[in-house]
Design a protein around this ligand. Sequence first.
Ligand code: PLP
Length: 383
Amino acid sequence: MPGRHFLQIPGPTNTPLPVLSAIARPTIDHRGPEFGQIGADVLARIRPVFGTEQPVVIYPASGTGAWEAALVNTLSPGDGVLMYETGWFARLWSDLATRLGLKPEVMAGDWRSPVDPIHIEARLREDRDGQIKAVCVVHNETSTGVLSDIAALRRAIDAAGHPALLMVDTISSLGSTSYLHDEWGVDVTVAGSQKGLMLPPGLSFNAISSKARAASETAGLPRAFWCWNQMLEANARGFFPYTPSTNLLQGLKVALDMLEAEGLQTVFARHKRAAAAVRAAVAHWGFETQCQDAAHHSPSLTAVRLPEGHSADGLRQTILQASNMSLGNGLGPLADRVFRIGHLGDFNDPSVIASVAGVEMGLRAAAIPHQSGGVDAALTTLA
Ligand SMILES: *Cc1c(COP(=O)(O)O)cnc(C)c1O
């Protein structure tokens, strides 16, 4: 098809050309001096993106690997883990915990709201004998477009006086919205390369607090590939215990250059602004967002509910065929009810407007009743 492909799914996101060309450079010796410099550089410069001065480890794996790494390094077979089902990704993480031999206790959410710190605080207060070893939540629930308040969750855990570790999945929020691993007292932060960090899939991250590090000394789950200790020992010299994704790390170096050049606060403001413009269009069309809590709209994506009787997958297919634009599908129980517009990573105002325009053209072509003029509503918001 003529023209560029519009990859407007909430991850993987569009990879900027400077990052792509860094990845395309010749592969280098992962035990040689040039790599040691790149390794030390990215391991140091990734920390401020997490809001931490503590170690961040990088795996050659998708985000799911970093989920597993967080659990196997800190917990023992049969440990209780308190999780909150904000949506599909929270559910997948709890399924993974079950398969590892942990005992996740999943608090049901309505898939339209953030994590409820009051509910978690009450549950932790009941846990007098300390069965719950960790609280695990998703910061930005990518299936619903809802952002949770991690600082409020930290306060709730502290108010309950509970020693559980706090683990947070930031796969679709890191690099798109403010995140403060140290200030919020998070013990393990999980992230991936393919969303706000503007890289292709294939790298994932654990930011590790000293409390999590101490827990890893006595944790009983088996771990080999994911072992923090081995990783941290090699990382101290800029190297890795096994072959890292050398080319993706070359790309990460350039992605960090780009984030630093723009400034993290400017990056976050750009995401907020895009999200507001997309929501203005959705409201104008007359549709609901999946997120029902105005204070917790995601800065990275918008999940849109179509009126009863209309197929979100049919609309996405129409848009892909007519406009060469990919939108995110509804996940799990939201399949075919919801479509998701990604506005994270590398984009500017015209890309936001193009996404909105692609959707509005699709709504017309698919004859889904809506109020036309959503593009203008988005333009007004951006102006
Ligand atoms: C994308 C995503 C994941 C899945 O990560 P993979 O890289 O597909 O393994 C997990 N959690 C959240 C919140 C995500 O957005």
